[in-house]
Design a protein around this ligand. Structure first.
Ligand code: GAP
Length: 450
């Protein structure tokens, strides 16, 4: 049973650091604001999220192919896509302290009942006085860099602010090599970079992040666009609920006209109830023929002779935001009435997402128990199941260490194991233990991960 969680974000940040999910980047040099490194457990956890995304949206579908395009492309891409001109945020600057904020975030801070620390910074200059803001100016969010030795405009290039353009510019390559017919999609997972003015809330808004994006190409008709838009909203929502996000914490919100990106004729966000407020997890946009037209690309069906510029529906999600939502949703601190001691933490991560699937313990470090346990751990690893071997401390302590990182199954080798080749397997969520044969362990766990 969950305790009411005050300061949930602080608790999650602390757990992530302590157990090696997520560290502050460049920590030994005093850190680097709003940048994070995924530690051993975090790297595996994030990989599991990406693998599940790829499995659902690419591997299981006949109408989807994958791509892995370059981060730095010809700068003409960003000119054509409209990002150079329009990928901007309106920015206000305080005339006294010269701090800059996004105008819409300042408006949100003004409207907040209980402003967060970050919002207080937007409201007050040097602690108490109000800021004196300039008129809003548009600020381009793309990171600039220079290619080669000279630093002039001829060598300027940009880090991609979305993975999507890599898909659009490869549209004809992909059709030529795969002979896909409409409707079909191209999917890609990769890093994107934005010079966010007000990053914050841990890994929620950072300047370097990962996206999972699909550009789904359809006939250029408004009815088709609407149909696939609704379809993809459902699919994306299902991605989160299938992997354990509680229904009541998810919602869908359609963008107002004035919020729409320069390429979109209609967007809906899938939102999550984060501890700092309901915020965007993913966006599904109707990009019409905006991008293909901008790049001068079209679709030609060799069999029918049909030539057209398809419309596009784009489901786009942040992998880091998904990671944060999965962690928050899974976090549980015992109230002491559920068989655990008060304050004990369990991460009820979906087994497919859990970084470690099984932990193997010898009851004691004697009479050959460690050797048997190590052999079980090795067999599990060889079967592709991430496994942790632990022989230190009481078994209760070892269970708690695993509960805290979301390990779904703990296997204990005891003295009966020597007699009858059985072990106990404990379920993280129910805490129930069953006795099973050593030979059954791998199949049992594998079947639950399907
Ligand atoms: N290609 C469309 C696109 O990029 P977006 O709504 O700007 O649309 C898509 O971004 C998703 O990427 C968002 O729903 C969010 O999950 C993630 N995202 C965007 N900016 C982010 C940031 N600064 N930090 C972390 N994730 C971000």
């Amino acid at each position: 049973m969950a305790k009411e969680n005050d300061n949930l974000m602080d608790k999650i940040i602390s757990l992530c650091k302590r157990r090696g999910f997520i560290y502050q980047a460049s920590e030994i040099y005093g850190g680097f604001a709003n940048a994070f490194d995924y530690g051993p457990l975090g790297a595996q956890f994030k990989k599991n999220i990406k693998d599940e995304w790829w499995q659902k949206f690419v591997t299981e579908r006949n109408d989807m192919v994958g791509l892995d395009s370059a981060i730095i492309q010809n700068p003409k891409v960003w000119e054509a896509s409209g990002h150079l001109k329009s990928f901007t945020d309106p920015l206000v600057e305080c005339k006294k302290c010269h701090k800059r904020f996004r105008q819409d975030h300042v408006e949100e801070a003004k409207a907040a009942d209980k402003p967060s620390d970050e919002q207080k910074e937007m409201l007050y200059c040097k602690g108490t006085e109000e800021h004196e803001f300039t008129e809003a100016k548009n600020f381009n969010l793309m990171f600039k860099t220079f290619i080669g030795v000279s630093e002039d405009s001829a060598s300027t290039a940009y880090l991609r602010p979305e993975t999507a353009q890599g898909i659009f510019i490869n549209f004809q390559n992909v059709i030529r090599s795969t002979r896909q017919k409409l409707p079909f999609g191209i999917a890609q997972i990769g890093k994107a970079f934005r010079n966010e003015i007000t990053p914050g809330n841990f890994i929620f808004r950072t300047r370097e992040f990962e996206q999972g994006e699909i550009e789904y190409f359809i006939k250029p008709e408004n009815e088709e666009s609407k149909k696939w838009y609704e379809y993809w909203i459902k699919e994306v929502d299902e991605f989160y609920t299938d992997l354990g996000i509680k229904r009541e914490n998810l919602s869908t919100r359609e963008h107002l006209k004035e919020e729409l990106s320069h390429y979109s004729s209609g967007t809906s966000d899938i939102e999550y109830k984060f501890p700092f407020g309901i915020s965007e997890l993913a966006g599904i946009a109707q990009r019409t023929d905006f991008d293909l037209k901008a790049h001068g690309l079209h679709y030609f069906n060799e069999e029918t002779g049909e030539k057209l510029i398809p419309y596009v529906v784009e489901p786009s999600m942040g992998i880091d935001r998904a990671a944060l939502a999965f962690l928050i949703d899974a976090y549980d601190e015992s109230d002491g009435k559920d068989g655990r001691a008060e304050g004990e933490i369990t991460l009820h991560l979906h087994p497919k997402l859990a970084p470690i699937k099984a932990a193997v313990f010898p009851l004691m470090k004697k009479e050959g128990l460690p050797e048997i346990a190590k052999k079980i751990a090795l067999d599990l690893r060889k079967a592709g199941i991430e496994t942790y071997y632990d022989e230190s401390g009481s078994v209760g302590k070892r269970y708690r260490r695993q509960d805290e990182i979301g390990t779904p199954w703990c296997i204990t080798v005891d003295f009966d194991t020597i007699k009858d080749e059985t072990v106990t397997i404990r379920n993280r969520d129910t805490m129930k233990q069953e006795r099973i044969k050593i030979l059954e362990i791998t199949d049992l766990i594998s079947s639950k991960l399907k």
